[in-house]
Design a protein around this ligand. Sequence first.
Ligand code: ZN
Length: 249
Amino acid sequence: MSRLITIMTIIFSLNVHSKIILIDPGHGGLEKGAIGKNVKINGVTTNVFEKDISFLMAQKVKEKLSKKHQVYLTRSFDRTLSLEGRAELAQKLGADIFVSIHANSSESSKSHGFETYYLDNNDNEAVKKVVRLENSEGTHKLESDYSENPMIHQILSELVVGQTVPLSKKLGNSIHQSIKKGIESKHDMKDRGLKPGLFFVLAMSKVPGVLLEMGFISNSGEAKKIHDDKFIDDYSSAVSDGIDAFLRK
Ligand SMILES: [Zn+2]
């Protein structure tokens, strides 16, 4: 009898607190994302792709969050998927939140650190540059700049009124603080901060969303670091805890 009560309690609590989370491994298939050249992994020097490390990390986050919530990935294998396709999935699933996972890239091989973007409009040129980079994937590669797109600005103004944008900031803050706590000193990584960004994939998904840049794949030392099993385990735990903390509030 007590066992039955335990099972009933678990089912009841899952129904009450369980949320639908969509985790988006950046890029995929023909879209390799950023490339890390000559990275030494397990004694072998090789080139690494953002699409692969983002997928590895997304799978780990899903594994950890699935204990408490319904978690889906936008892609469950290495395939090309447009930004529209990713955003549509959030709508179809009725997702409560959307989290897109990426690795950063810079012309300077010295750039390093982790950062978190939440959906918002902004005028910061440096932020715009990163936004452009992450917006130039899928079917609209090179021909569109979403940060200048009036339709996106219209959608965004509706999302501000509908609380999606303010909630994105709260979600971003919760995840970023958790990453800072679990990663900054333990893995000796720079905190580049929580920043606003106008991302097509986040605006179109119309749910509170953030985009994570784990670290710089263009920096061979940091690329090696973010491929380390311990880093993947710690970072995915931090993201999972940050999402869970947000959903509990
Ligand atoms: Zn990316």
